[in-house]
Write a protein that binds this ligand. Structure first.
Ligand SMILES: Nc1ncnc2c1ncn2[C@@H]1O[C@H](COP(=O)(O)OP(=O)(O)O)[C@@H](O)[C@H]1O
Ligand SMILES: [Mg+2]
Length: 521
């Protein structure tokens, strides 16, 4: 009888000890959840009540882990911008505060990937190899942390590098009507960063998924994805997604810049971004202003582009160069959004549909394009040529319109026009064929020295290509000096022109000298 009783007691003791332990280990934990309800849903936005504590731009969570951004904070109602599908949200659904702002995955693991604004991969290549995240909206670097633009960002396009040079840390707008080659210029610039140690971010906003796929395929084919991140908001996505995408892409770019890297970001294009923001604002019943855009449309772009800069050496010396793209309607560069962007950026590259139709590609209208800070960063070898080139080209453009009427031209006018036609021919360039700095300088030097003038116009393109091939035989020490910040010496110039003269000799007609003397009739 005793033995079983002892056993029973021991069993009870153990059980009570276990219970006591569990009771002592238990601490009551309250997790506060602030929950409100949807009062109405419309395309891309929702109105929510019952969230009095929510902060501006705080993320809120809808059923099914869908997210939104608190955008309009009224006393008894919150206007939320939806980030994603909203078809099956209903009035009465629960909305929960998250207590944090929107952030995006950043870091080296993104290189070579295609992601959306939330940092989710879109390329089917599995999860991203990165844990770091940054908020999508971040303050721009203060003035004290900025350094002047001093290093060129070579685009590989002769017309841009010579006449509208871009510096690292600059913001250069690319604008023009649809189908004038805006994307092509941006992509060519990315392709040219191969081996230049520049990280590139291509941010697609509101484009057809097929266009984005085409860009990714061409970057991949040319090996440019190794140093590029594509951040895409597709055309069919909620306007909220299109709105936040460029900010997210900029945070990804900044994470590289803050590590001291040089970064290039392309926003293709901000016209769609402005439209998405207008849509959201009108749905949220904010008052419409000019062209029905809301009052803060200038600010949303200026705060985005202010984040591009060149950091001081003490801050790592990194830079972020921005190429925002704007699509104009019927060549109207004085519409609201284009003028805003022109005033925010440090210059613009204007692409003309007229030049495009004439086959002058890239269709850069040199007269309407400018780079306000890049000249200081341009290599001295270019600077020795660019002034003459620009002057000769603009004189030619002015005279050309007269020449079209078959007027009799005097000798010097005819020579200016002939020279200008050769400049135009030499500045032409096919897509995805970047030209190195050395080849550009050799061609442009020969051009300004008039070595192309005796060559018949239809042979200029061939001659230019032959000259570029010949550039390979320039001695490396001369080539090195062209890439430095030193002025071009007379000896280097003469050696280069001698070489160019030999390379071009075979393109001149035997009677070149006589032909040049013959007056035009
Ligand atoms: N330098 C060029 N040489 C030949 N074709 C070009 C060149 N630049 C652009 N294109 C072609 O022009 C078309 C429009 O270019 P794209 O960059 O898509 O224009 P946008 O972005 O202005 O709408 C494309 O089919 C492209 O292949
Ligand atoms: Mg385009």
């Amino acid at each position: 009888m005793n033995a079983p009783r002892g056993l029973l007691e021991a069993a009870f003791d153990r059980a009570f000890a276990g219970l006591r332990e569990a009771r002592e280990g238990f601490a009551l934990q309250l997790a506060p959840r602030e929950v409100g309800t949807i009062t109405s849903v419309a395309t891309g936005i929702a109105k929510v009540s019952g969230l009095p504590g929510v902060g501006f731009e705080e993320l809120v969570k809808f059923p099914g882990d869908r997210l939104g951004i608190a955008f309009n904070l009224d006393e008894d109602e919150v206007g939320v911008v939806l980030l994603g599908d909203y078809q099956d949200l209903h009035a009465g659904d629960e909305v929960e505060r998250t207590g944090r702002v929107m952030d995006v995955a950043v870091g080296d693991g993104l290189l070579g990937r295609v992601v959306n604004s939330l940092g989710k991969p879109l390329d089917g290549k599995g999860p991203l190899a990165t844990d770091a995240r940054l908020p999508v909206e971040r303050p721009a670097p203060p003035i004290m942390d900025r350094a002047p633009v001093s290093v060129p960002l070579q685009t590989g396009l002769k017309v841009v590098d010579a006449l509208i040079p871009i510096g690292r840390g600059q913001r250069e707008l690319i604008l023009g009507d649809r189908q004038t080659g805006k994307t092509a210029i941006a992509i060519d610039t990315i392709l040219n960063q191969r081996g230049a140690n520049v990280v590139c971010i291509y941010c697609a906003i509101g484009q057809r998924a097929s266009s984005v796929a085409k860009v990714v395929a061409s970057l991949r084919e040319k090996g440019a994805m190794d140093y590029t991140v594509v951040v895409a908001a597709e055309g069919n996505e909620a306007p909220g997604v299109a709105y936040v995408t460029p900010y997210a892409a900029t945070s990804i770019a900044e994470s590289f810049m803050e590590k001291g890297r040089d970064v290039l970001i392309v926003y293709d294009d901000l016209t769609h971004h402005a439209r998405a923001y207008r849509e959201l604002s009108l749905l949220l019943r904010r008052p419409p202003g000019r062209e029905a855009f809301p009052g803060d449309i200038f600010y949303i772009h200026s705060r985005l582009l202010e984040r591009s800069t060149h950091l001081r050496q003490e801050r790592g010396g990194g830079s972020l160069t921005a190429l925002p793209i704007i699509e104009t309607d019927a060549q109207d560069i004085s519409a609201y959004i284009p003028t805003n962007l022109i005033s925010i950026t440090d210059g613009q590259i204007y692409l003309s549909p007229t030049l495009f139709e004439l086959g002058t590609l890239p269709a850069v209208d040199v007269g309407k394009s400018v780079s306000r800070v890049g000249g200081a960063a341009q290599r001295a070898a270019y600077r020795a040529i660019a002034g003459d080139l620009k002057l000769a080209y603009s004189q030619f453009e002015e005279l050309e319109s007269f020449a079209r009427f078959g007027t009799r031209l005097d000798e010097s006018t005819r020579r200016t026009i002939d020279h200008g036609r050769r400049i135009r021919a030499c500045l032409k360039q096919a897509e995805s064929q970047p030209v190195s700095m050395l080849e550009q300088i050799v061609v442009l030097l020969a051009l300004t020295a008039g070595l192309f003038d005796p060559i018949p116009l239809e042979r200029v393109t061939d001659a230019e290509q032959a000259l570029r091939r010949a550039a390979a035989s320039i001695p490396p020490d001369v080539a090195g000096r062209f890439g430095s910040t030193n002025k071009m010496s007379d000896a280097d110039r003469k050696a280069t022109l001698d070489l160019a003269g030999q390379a071009l000799a075979s393109f001149q007609p035997p009677a070149a000298a006589k032909a040049a003397d013959k007056p035009s009739s």
